[in-house]
Write a protein that binds this ligand. Sequence first.
Ligand code: NAP
Length: 354
Amino acid sequence: MTMAYPTLPQSQRAWTFSTWGLPREILTLNENYAVPPPPAKADLLIRVSHVGLNPGCYVAMASIPPLVRRLVSWNTTYVAEGEFSGVVHLAGPAAPEHLQPGTRVFGCLPVSNLIAGNGTLAEYFVVPAESVARIPPAMDWPEAAGLAGGGQTAVNMLLGANLREGTRVLVNGGSGGVGTMVVQLAKAHGAYVVATCSGANEELVKSLGADEVVDYRANAPLPAYLAKTYGTQPFEYIFDTIGTQALFVYSPAYLRPEGLLVNVGNFEGPGVTIWRAILNTYLPRILGGVPRRYAMISTTPEGGKAAGLARMVEERRLQVVVDEVFEFEDALKAYDRMLARNAKGKIIIKVQDV
Ligand SMILES: NC(=O)c1ccc[n+]([C@@H]2O[C@H](COP(=O)([O-])OP(=O)(O)OC[C@H]3O[C@@H](n4cnc5c(N)ncnc54)[C@H](OP(=O)(O)O)[C@@H]3O)[C@@H](O)[C@H]2O)c1
């Protein structure tokens, strides 16, 4: 059963762009952006409460020309971002019973929606029901907005790893949106976690469960420090949330021969990410390839995984670290914070009271 259509306004406020560049160059607060039509099939139209920023979105904003976006959509105006918390406002005819109007939900969008520019930094947007989960009663809106993106990315990073009690892992970037999740989930699997971060974030990362913290600035260059400190007790897994290429290149000095480095991207754009992933995965050793396994993963949102993370938060086995909550009008300040690349956990934007 769907709610009556007249409850839906025709226009809304949204942060939009129509070319490529950095947020301050191209993003504008559009006061008159069209609200999507009532959802079809099992889609949900969400009234957004909060949005979690993902650096991948501004990197994509700066590196994907509109011509490429036109390959997946006829849109010429694009809404930023892809993570959210909010309320189901309208549900498509095939939407499941537990996701009907009025339900508090959170989640993130599939990559295709992000490229098409049907983003979440707006009062309303549409998402497939399979990509969302219900927000437990004890969880607040900013926490919920910050859980899906970093949390599901961390789950996917750990998916191919056989973590047991005492498995030695290195988390590169333990204080960021993804890293804070990887540290906690790896600990939940019993791993012995060494994490990198700046000295100022050492206490935070330890409080999340890291057994050791390496200040990557004070101990630069990091690969040489790791070789010296962990060469005799190498890691089984390296979870790199930063995309530090040197970490893989020199990994034979601190990653076991059968070990695996899992990368989730970098701040330099999709071209660099794809090129490095190809080289790191396929370049034969005889041509200079690194004699260690490498995996590049990307996040496909799944409501089931989001629900599992929410359960962990509810049971106090996982926490969402929120760096700062910005007002909707201050979205550009939130992006300045993100571009500084020293967020503690997730940067959140409040869109509206729901
Ligand atoms: N593949 C996917 O599906 C997917 C999904 C989500 C995100 N991602 C990607 O994952 C990456 C991380 O995202 P995020 O949300 O975690 O980013 P983020 O929170 O914005 O990253 C900021 C953090 O990075 C840390 N940092 C910066 N340079 C570092 C370095 N050289 N060594 C160690 N830590 C460093 C900072 O630590 P300090 O302040 O302590 O220095 C800060 O905590 C991005 O490239 C993003 O695009 C990919």
